[in-house]
Design a binder for this molecule. Structure first.
Ligand code: SAM
Length: 247
């Protein structure tokens, strides 16, 4: 499916999000807060739009995705970025390779997202950061109703006019509705062994940016032990440990 949407992927995203994707992406880069000389994994990078800000800042970014169609469009557009074919659930990288890992609007598409969270933990260095941008659940009921109407009615209708494969956008709407909410994803992160899990809602919760740290030198041994304990604990208990943002 991603091979089919690749040629017009970025333009269609801009239209359907009414330009919001640019702002969301800027916030992700700020949350990553990486410096020159560090190595970043951008997983499910698609055409590399989410990788570009790092490359532009002189950061060593690897754009990894399993769709050859997306990678091909990306490589044509940005030959200077390293595009690598790889499955999020079996990453082709050694343990502790990256200073930070990120995945934008991709985790929802991975068949086994918890496996991808574990794989990102494996390839990130101890003390390294993870930032996830993903569609989520609007927090105010009226806004949630309006957004659901847009997703289920307006979006497929607009997609018929602007997209090469409108069915992909019906899938998009359905997959967003089926995706776990902010707290649930935060609990998955803790269950996968990530530490210091926080999130921030964007555009009223249409998108959430989750942040976490791999237990290690920078998060301290106590944090590592807590994450290990949390790994076997019930989700309800984990939720109490999640730091929620001011909305
Ligand atoms: C909506 S696109 C996001 C692309 C990019 N990160 C962005 O922000 O524009 C989702 C991407 O996830 C990729 N994807 C889905 N499952 C994957 C998997 N198991 N391993 C690697 N990539 C995957 C798809 O090929 C697609 O390119």
């Amino acid at each position: 499916m991603f091979d089919d949407v690749a040629p017009k992927y970025d333009v269609v995203n801009d239209v359907l999000s009414m330009g919001q994707t640019r702002r969301w992406r800027k916030i992700v880069v700020e949350a990553m807060d990486v410096k020159t000389g560090q190595r970043v994994l951008d997983l499910a990078a698609g055409t590399g739009t989410s990788s570009e800000p790092y490359a532009d800042a002189g950061i060593d970014v690897i754009a990894c995705d399993f769709s050859l169609g997306m990678l091909k469009v990306g490589k044509r557009r940005r030959p200077d970025i390293d595009f690598i074919a790889g499955d999020a659930t079996r990453l082709p990288f050694a343990d502790n390779t990256f200073d930070a890992s990120t995945i934008s609007f991709g985790l929802r598409n991975v068949n086994e997202p918890k496996k991808a969270l574990a794989e990102m933990l494996r390839v990130t260095k101890p003390g390294g950061k993870l930032v996830i941008a993903e569609f989520s659940q609007p927090v105010v009921p009226l806004w949630r109703t309006m957004y659901t109407e847009y997703l289920m009615r307006a979006l497929p209708a607009i997609a018929v006019k602007v997209a090469s494969n409108p069915d992909a956008y019906v899938y998009l709407a359905e997959s967003i509705r089926a995706w776990p909410d902010q707290d649930h994803l935060a609990a998955w992160l803790q269950e996968s062994g990530w530490d210091k899990v926080t999130y921030r809602n964007l555009t009223g919760g249409i998108v959430a940016v989750h942040r976490a740290v791999k237990p290690g030198p920078e998060s301290g041994p106590a944090a590592g032990a807590a994450a290990l304990a949390a790994h076997t604990g019930p989700v309800a208990k984990l939720r109490r440990n999640i730091i929620r943002p001011a909305r």
